[in-house]
Design a protein around this ligand. Structure first.
Ligand code: 5GP
Ligand code: ZN
Length: 120
């Protein structure tokens, strides 16, 4: 699996070639606000490596995915999602065309904040 795809919009965002509203970055993960938010809080967690989707995950990705889940919860709170159980947040990971995936660089949507939301 190549680390980066020069034609991938999320690889370009990670590299700073396309501007984004950054939420968080470390050596493995990049987090930024969705350009078309569905909810008052809506950001995307992406691995810096170009993994096309959940369908390409292998056991070597278990630590990365575990870190992304824990980070999603922490950043949801920091970005203004209200506390569990009356608040909370939704994680969505569209996979493949039938799974509704449009950008083929794996990402986790984190959505939250007061309802109603535009979708869902
Ligand atoms: P998918 O349908 O693949 O799960 O979601 C892709 C998401 O990426 C969409 O919610 C869309 O709004 C977001 N997106 C697409 N292009 C850009 C962009 O250039 N910048 C940002 N910040 N978000 C984008
Ligand atoms: Zn990519």
């Amino acid at each position: 699996m190549s680390a980066h795809d020069p034609n991938c919009i999320f690889c370009k965002i990670i590299a700073g070639q396309i501007p984004s509203k950054k939420v968080y970055e470390d050596d493995e993960v990049f987090v930024f606000h969705d350009i078309q938010p569905w909810a008052p809080v809506h950001f995307l967690l992406v691995p810096k490596a170009h993994i096309p989707s959940m369908a390409q995950l292998t056991p070597e990705h278990e630590p990365l995915m575990g870190r992304m889940m824990v980070l999603a919860s922490r950043l949801a709170a920091e970005q203004g999602c209200n506390p569990y159980p009356d608040g909370g947040f939704r994680l969505v990971c569209n996979t493949g065309t039938e799974g509704g995936q449009e950008v083929h660089h794996m990402h986790v949507h984190v959505m939250g904040g007061p309802r109603p939301w535009k979708r869902g």
